[in-house]
Design a protein around this ligand. Structure first.
Ligand SMILES: *Cc1c(COP(=O)(O)O)cnc(C)c1O
Ligand code: SF4
Length: 336
Protein backbone atom coordinates (compact mmCIF):
# COMPACT_ATOMS: atom_id res chain seq x y z
CA UNK A 1 0.00 0.00 0.00
CA UNK A 2 1.45 3.44 -0.84
CA UNK A 3 2.04 5.88 1.97
CA UNK A 4 -1.33 7.62 2.38
CA UNK A 5 0.16 11.02 3.21
CA UNK A 6 3.10 11.53 0.85
CA UNK A 7 2.81 15.30 0.48
CA UNK A 8 2.05 16.21 4.08
CA UNK A 9 4.19 13.71 5.94
CA UNK A 10 6.82 15.42 8.07
CA UNK A 11 10.46 14.49 7.78
CA UNK A 12 10.32 13.09 11.33
CA UNK A 13 8.54 9.83 11.98
CA UNK A 14 5.68 9.83 14.48
CA UNK A 15 7.91 8.06 16.99
CA UNK A 16 10.55 10.77 16.72
CA UNK A 17 7.87 13.42 17.13
CA UNK A 18 6.56 11.60 20.20
CA UNK A 19 10.05 11.37 21.68
CA UNK A 20 10.74 15.06 20.97
CA UNK A 21 7.54 16.28 22.69
CA UNK A 22 8.04 19.36 24.87
CA UNK A 23 7.97 18.62 28.61
CA UNK A 24 9.52 21.83 29.93
CA UNK A 25 6.98 24.64 30.53
CA UNK A 26 9.61 27.31 29.79
CA UNK A 27 10.39 25.75 26.43
CA UNK A 28 6.69 25.70 25.58
CA UNK A 29 6.25 29.34 26.59
CA UNK A 30 9.35 30.38 24.64
CA UNK A 31 8.01 28.68 21.52
CA UNK A 32 4.86 30.78 21.88
CA UNK A 33 6.60 34.05 22.69
CA UNK A 34 5.14 34.11 26.22
CA UNK A 35 6.72 34.75 29.61
CA UNK A 36 5.95 32.97 32.87
CA UNK A 37 4.30 36.08 34.28
CA UNK A 38 1.87 36.12 31.32
CA UNK A 39 0.30 32.79 32.24
CA UNK A 40 -1.01 30.75 35.15
CA UNK A 41 1.80 28.22 35.37
CA UNK A 42 1.87 25.60 38.14
CA UNK A 43 5.29 24.13 38.78
CA UNK A 44 4.03 21.76 41.51
CA UNK A 45 1.17 20.61 39.29
CA UNK A 46 3.61 19.86 36.48
CA UNK A 47 5.64 17.72 38.88
CA UNK A 48 2.54 15.65 39.77
CA UNK A 49 1.42 15.18 36.15
CA UNK A 50 4.12 16.22 33.71
CA UNK A 51 3.58 18.65 30.90
CA UNK A 52 3.73 16.98 27.51
CA UNK A 53 2.97 18.50 24.11
CA UNK A 54 4.50 17.54 20.74
CA UNK A 55 5.66 20.28 18.36
CA UNK A 56 3.03 19.28 15.81
CA UNK A 57 0.36 20.28 18.36
CA UNK A 58 2.17 23.40 19.59
CA UNK A 59 2.34 24.69 16.00
CA UNK A 60 -1.46 25.00 16.08
CA UNK A 61 -1.39 27.30 19.12
CA UNK A 62 -1.57 31.07 18.59
CA UNK A 63 1.71 32.81 19.38
CA UNK A 64 1.57 35.39 22.14
CA UNK A 65 -1.91 34.38 23.38
CA UNK A 66 -1.94 33.22 27.02
CA UNK A 67 -5.63 32.27 26.62
CA UNK A 68 -5.08 30.03 23.59
CA UNK A 69 -7.55 27.12 23.85
CA UNK A 70 -4.94 24.49 22.95
CA UNK A 71 -2.35 25.89 25.35
CA UNK A 72 -4.88 25.88 28.15
CA UNK A 73 -5.44 22.14 27.68
CA UNK A 74 -1.78 21.27 28.23
CA UNK A 75 -0.21 23.93 30.46
CA UNK A 76 -0.15 22.95 34.15
CA UNK A 77 -2.09 25.49 36.23
CA UNK A 78 -1.37 26.53 39.81
CA UNK A 79 -5.09 25.87 40.45
CA UNK A 80 -4.56 22.13 40.04
CA UNK A 81 -2.92 21.80 43.43
CA UNK A 82 -5.54 23.84 45.36
CA UNK A 83 -7.96 21.83 47.51
CA UNK A 84 -10.98 20.87 45.36
CA UNK A 85 -13.96 19.48 47.27
CA UNK A 86 -15.67 16.63 45.41
CA UNK A 87 -12.80 16.11 42.97
CA UNK A 88 -11.31 12.66 43.37
CA UNK A 89 -8.70 10.31 41.89
CA UNK A 90 -11.15 7.82 40.29
CA UNK A 91 -14.22 9.90 39.33
CA UNK A 92 -15.80 7.34 37.01
CA UNK A 93 -15.41 4.16 39.05
CA UNK A 94 -12.88 2.34 36.90
CA UNK A 95 -11.02 0.57 39.65
CA UNK A 96 -12.45 -2.26 41.75
CA UNK A 97 -15.20 -4.40 40.21
CA UNK A 98 -15.02 -2.67 36.83
CA UNK A 99 -11.30 -3.51 36.54
CA UNK A 100 -11.45 -7.30 37.08
CA UNK A 101 -8.12 -8.03 35.43
CA UNK A 102 -5.14 -5.86 34.68
CA UNK A 103 -5.73 -4.00 31.45
CA UNK A 104 -9.46 -4.77 31.20
CA UNK A 105 -12.39 -2.48 32.12
CA UNK A 106 -15.87 -3.96 31.79
CA UNK A 107 -18.57 -1.48 32.80
CA UNK A 108 -21.11 -1.61 29.98
CA UNK A 109 -22.93 -4.56 28.47
CA UNK A 110 -21.48 -5.86 25.23
CA UNK A 111 -18.39 -3.66 25.30
CA UNK A 112 -15.07 -4.04 27.05
CA UNK A 113 -12.25 -1.60 27.20
CA UNK A 114 -8.69 -2.80 26.88
CA UNK A 115 -5.97 -0.57 28.33
CA UNK A 116 -3.37 -1.02 25.61
CA UNK A 117 -0.91 1.57 26.85
CA UNK A 118 -0.41 3.94 29.75
CA UNK A 119 1.35 6.49 27.58
CA UNK A 120 -0.10 9.39 25.61
CA UNK A 121 1.20 11.80 22.98
CA UNK A 122 -0.10 14.75 24.95
CA UNK A 123 -0.98 15.27 28.60
CA UNK A 124 -4.42 16.84 28.90
CA UNK A 125 -4.76 18.55 32.25
CA UNK A 126 -8.44 17.57 32.60
CA UNK A 127 -7.81 13.87 31.91
CA UNK A 128 -10.05 11.65 34.04
CA UNK A 129 -7.34 9.00 34.02
CA UNK A 130 -4.60 11.34 35.24
CA UNK A 131 -4.40 9.33 38.48
CA UNK A 132 -5.24 5.90 36.97
CA UNK A 133 -3.04 3.12 38.38
CA UNK A 134 -1.33 2.34 35.08
CA UNK A 135 1.46 0.64 37.00
CA UNK A 136 -1.05 -2.05 38.11
CA UNK A 137 -2.35 -2.28 34.57
CA UNK A 138 0.94 -2.82 32.80
CA UNK A 139 0.11 -4.41 29.54
CA UNK A 140 2.50 -6.89 28.08
CA UNK A 141 1.69 -9.98 26.11
CA UNK A 142 0.82 -11.98 29.22
CA UNK A 143 -1.82 -9.44 30.34
CA UNK A 144 -3.31 -9.25 26.86
CA UNK A 145 -3.56 -13.02 26.81
CA UNK A 146 -5.40 -12.91 30.13
CA UNK A 147 -7.72 -10.06 29.10
CA UNK A 148 -8.47 -11.72 25.76
CA UNK A 149 -9.25 -14.99 27.50
CA UNK A 150 -11.92 -13.09 29.46
CA UNK A 151 -13.36 -11.68 26.22
CA UNK A 152 -13.32 -15.13 24.62
CA UNK A 153 -15.17 -16.61 27.61
CA UNK A 154 -18.02 -14.06 27.51
CA UNK A 155 -20.07 -14.25 24.34
CA UNK A 156 -22.09 -11.17 25.30
CA UNK A 157 -19.10 -9.07 24.27
CA UNK A 158 -19.59 -7.80 20.71
CA UNK A 159 -17.16 -4.91 20.81
CA UNK A 160 -13.60 -4.47 22.02
CA UNK A 161 -12.43 -0.92 22.63
CA UNK A 162 -8.71 -0.22 22.55
CA UNK A 163 -7.99 2.55 25.00
CA UNK A 164 -5.28 3.83 27.27
CA UNK A 165 -3.54 6.16 27.76
CA UNK A 166 -3.48 6.24 24.02
CA UNK A 167 -3.53 2.81 22.34
CA UNK A 168 -1.83 4.18 19.22
CA UNK A 169 1.36 4.73 21.21
CA UNK A 170 1.81 1.00 20.60
CA UNK A 171 3.67 0.04 17.44
CA UNK A 172 1.92 -1.13 14.28
CA UNK A 173 3.30 -4.64 14.84
CA UNK A 174 1.97 -4.80 18.42
CA UNK A 175 -1.44 -3.54 17.29
CA UNK A 176 -1.56 -5.94 14.35
CA UNK A 177 -0.87 -8.88 16.67
CA UNK A 178 -3.51 -7.75 19.15
CA UNK A 179 -6.16 -7.09 16.50
CA UNK A 180 -5.53 -10.48 14.91
CA UNK A 181 -6.27 -12.15 18.24
CA UNK A 182 -9.40 -10.08 18.76
CA UNK A 183 -10.59 -10.85 15.23
CA UNK A 184 -10.25 -14.55 15.97
CA UNK A 185 -12.92 -14.36 18.69
CA UNK A 186 -16.15 -15.29 16.87
CA UNK A 187 -18.61 -13.18 18.90
CA UNK A 188 -16.61 -9.93 18.55
CA UNK A 189 -18.01 -7.90 15.66
CA UNK A 190 -16.63 -4.44 16.22
CA UNK A 191 -13.24 -3.02 17.03
CA UNK A 192 -13.13 0.48 18.40
CA UNK A 193 -10.05 2.62 18.94
CA UNK A 194 -10.23 5.59 21.32
CA UNK A 195 -7.31 7.83 20.49
CA UNK A 196 -6.09 11.42 20.39
CA UNK A 197 -2.94 10.60 18.40
CA UNK A 198 -4.24 11.25 14.85
CA UNK A 199 -5.19 14.74 16.07
CA UNK A 200 -2.02 15.46 18.03
CA UNK A 201 0.52 13.77 15.71
CA UNK A 202 -1.32 13.11 12.42
CA UNK A 203 1.74 11.31 11.03
CA UNK A 204 0.73 8.44 13.34
CA UNK A 205 -1.71 7.39 10.61
CA UNK A 206 0.69 5.32 8.55
CA UNK A 207 -0.05 2.66 5.97
CA UNK A 208 1.10 0.13 8.58
CA UNK A 209 -1.46 1.38 11.09
CA UNK A 210 -4.28 1.25 8.55
CA UNK A 211 -3.40 -2.36 7.90
CA UNK A 212 -3.01 -3.21 11.59
CA UNK A 213 -6.46 -2.06 12.68
CA UNK A 214 -8.37 -3.85 9.94
CA UNK A 215 -9.62 -7.38 9.92
CA UNK A 216 -11.99 -8.93 7.40
CA UNK A 217 -14.56 -9.92 10.02
CA UNK A 218 -14.56 -6.71 12.05
CA UNK A 219 -15.91 -3.25 11.47
CA UNK A 220 -13.44 -0.70 12.78
CA UNK A 221 -14.52 2.52 14.43
CA UNK A 222 -12.09 5.19 15.51
CA UNK A 223 -13.20 7.71 18.11
CA UNK A 224 -10.91 10.72 18.03
CA UNK A 225 -10.65 13.24 20.79
CA UNK A 226 -10.59 16.87 19.73
CA UNK A 227 -11.95 19.77 21.75
CA UNK A 228 -11.44 22.81 19.56
CA UNK A 229 -11.63 23.66 15.84
CA UNK A 230 -8.06 25.01 15.97
CA UNK A 231 -6.85 21.43 16.57
CA UNK A 232 -8.05 20.40 13.11
CA UNK A 233 -5.67 21.48 10.35
CA UNK A 234 -4.78 20.10 6.93
CA UNK A 235 -2.51 17.41 8.38
CA UNK A 236 -5.36 16.09 10.55
CA UNK A 237 -7.74 16.23 7.59
CA UNK A 238 -5.31 14.19 5.48
CA UNK A 239 -5.01 11.57 8.22
CA UNK A 240 -8.80 11.30 8.49
CA UNK A 241 -9.13 11.01 4.72
CA UNK A 242 -6.71 8.08 4.80
CA UNK A 243 -8.63 6.40 7.64
CA UNK A 244 -11.94 6.77 5.83
CA UNK A 245 -10.48 5.56 2.55
CA UNK A 246 -9.44 2.42 4.42
CA UNK A 247 -13.03 1.90 5.56
CA UNK A 248 -12.69 3.14 9.14
CA UNK A 249 -15.67 4.99 10.63
CA UNK A 250 -14.34 8.17 12.26
CA UNK A 251 -16.16 9.81 15.19
CA UNK A 252 -15.16 12.44 17.75
CA UNK A 253 -15.64 12.90 21.44
CA UNK A 254 -14.91 16.20 23.13
CA UNK A 255 -14.90 17.36 26.72
CA UNK A 256 -16.70 20.58 27.65
CA UNK A 257 -13.98 22.73 29.20
CA UNK A 258 -14.21 26.17 30.76
CA UNK A 259 -11.96 28.61 28.94
CA UNK A 260 -11.42 26.21 26.04
CA UNK A 261 -14.70 25.47 24.27
CA UNK A 262 -17.53 26.61 26.57
CA UNK A 263 -19.16 29.03 24.14
CA UNK A 264 -21.82 28.48 21.50
CA UNK A 265 -19.48 29.78 18.81
CA UNK A 266 -16.67 27.41 19.84
CA UNK A 267 -19.01 24.41 19.82
CA UNK A 268 -20.59 25.33 16.48
CA UNK A 269 -17.14 25.88 14.94
CA UNK A 270 -15.84 22.55 16.33
CA UNK A 271 -18.75 20.47 15.10
CA UNK A 272 -18.82 22.07 11.66
CA UNK A 273 -15.07 21.74 11.30
CA UNK A 274 -15.17 18.09 12.36
CA UNK A 275 -17.85 17.26 9.84
CA UNK A 276 -16.11 19.20 7.05
CA UNK A 277 -13.07 17.04 7.80
CA UNK A 278 -14.94 13.74 7.59
CA UNK A 279 -15.45 13.24 11.34
CA UNK A 280 -18.89 12.73 12.89
CA UNK A 281 -19.45 14.39 16.29
CA UNK A 282 -20.36 11.65 18.80
CA UNK A 283 -20.14 12.77 22.41
CA UNK A 284 -19.63 16.00 24.31
CA UNK A 285 -18.64 14.94 27.81
CA UNK A 286 -19.20 16.92 30.96
CA UNK A 287 -15.95 17.12 32.86
CA UNK A 288 -15.34 14.19 35.18
CA UNK A 289 -14.59 15.51 38.66
CA UNK A 290 -11.00 14.37 38.73
CA UNK A 291 -8.69 15.93 41.29
CA UNK A 292 -6.77 18.81 39.70
CA UNK A 293 -9.33 19.71 37.03
CA UNK A 294 -11.88 21.85 38.92
CA UNK A 295 -10.89 25.00 37.04
CA UNK A 296 -12.23 23.42 33.81
CA UNK A 297 -15.69 22.78 35.23
CA UNK A 298 -18.78 24.04 33.41
CA UNK A 299 -21.88 23.83 35.62
CA UNK A 300 -24.57 21.45 34.42
CA UNK A 301 -27.16 24.22 33.85
CA UNK A 302 -24.69 26.20 31.76
CA UNK A 303 -23.91 23.08 29.74
CA UNK A 304 -27.61 22.42 29.12
CA UNK A 305 -28.20 26.01 27.99
CA UNK A 306 -25.19 25.78 25.70
CA UNK A 307 -26.48 22.53 24.22
CA UNK A 308 -29.88 24.10 23.43
CA UNK A 309 -28.22 27.10 21.81
CA UNK A 310 -26.03 24.83 19.66
CA UNK A 311 -29.10 22.81 18.64
CA UNK A 312 -30.74 26.02 17.47
CA UNK A 313 -27.82 26.66 15.13
CA UNK A 314 -26.89 23.27 13.66
CA UNK A 315 -28.62 20.31 12.03
CA UNK A 316 -29.27 17.52 14.51
CA UNK A 317 -26.59 15.25 13.06
CA UNK A 318 -23.92 17.83 13.88
CA UNK A 319 -24.82 18.04 17.56
CA UNK A 320 -23.07 15.42 19.70
CA UNK A 321 -24.89 13.91 22.67
CA UNK A 322 -24.11 15.75 25.89
CA UNK A 323 -23.16 12.99 28.32
CA UNK A 324 -21.85 12.40 31.77
CA UNK A 325 -20.16 9.37 33.24
CA UNK A 326 -21.80 8.14 36.43
CA UNK A 327 -20.16 5.44 38.50
CA UNK A 328 -22.44 2.41 38.59
CA UNK A 329 -24.75 3.51 35.72
CA UNK A 330 -25.28 0.97 32.92
CA UNK A 331 -24.43 3.49 30.20
CA UNK A 332 -23.23 7.03 29.86
CA UNK A 333 -26.00 9.34 31.02
CA UNK A 334 -27.37 11.59 28.27
CA UNK A 335 -28.38 15.09 29.40
CA UNK A 336 -30.85 17.49 27.81
C1 LIG B 1 -17.38 5.16 27.47
C2 LIG B 1 -17.07 3.77 27.75
C3 LIG B 1 -17.48 2.75 26.87
C4 LIG B 1 -18.19 3.05 25.58
O1 LIG B 1 -19.43 3.64 25.75
P1 LIG B 1 -20.28 4.01 24.46
O2 LIG B 1 -21.50 4.69 24.99
O3 LIG B 1 -20.56 2.74 23.74
O4 LIG B 1 -19.43 4.92 23.62
C5 LIG B 1 -17.23 1.45 27.21
N1 LIG B 1 -16.58 1.12 28.36
C6 LIG B 1 -16.18 2.07 29.21
C7 LIG B 1 -15.50 1.65 30.47
C8 LIG B 1 -16.40 3.43 28.94
O5 LIG B 1 -15.97 4.34 29.79
S1 SF4 C 1 -4.86 11.78 25.39
FE1 SF4 C 1 -6.68 11.03 26.47
S2 SF4 C 1 -5.91 9.57 28.00
FE2 SF4 C 1 -4.16 10.81 27.28
S3 SF4 C 1 -4.00 12.52 28.74
FE3 SF4 C 1 -5.28 13.24 27.04
S4 SF4 C 1 -7.40 12.79 27.71
FE4 SF4 C 1 -6.02 11.58 29.00
Amino acid sequence: MPDPLPSLASTHSWREQLRDAVTDPDELLRALGLRRQDVDCGADAARQFALKAPHSFIRRMRRGDPADPLLRQVLASAQETLPQAGYVDDPVGETGAANPRPGLIHKYRGRVLLIVSGGCAVHCRYCFRRHFPYADNQVGRAQWRDALAAVRADDSIAEVILSGGDPLVATDAQLAALVAEIAAIPHVRRLRVHTRLPVVIPDRVTAGLLEAIQAPRLRTVMVLHSNHANEIDDTVRAAVTALRAAGVEVLNQAVLLAGVNDSVDAQVALNECLFDSGITPYYLHLLDPVRGAAHFDVPRETALALQSAVRARLPGYLVPALVREEPGADAKVVLG
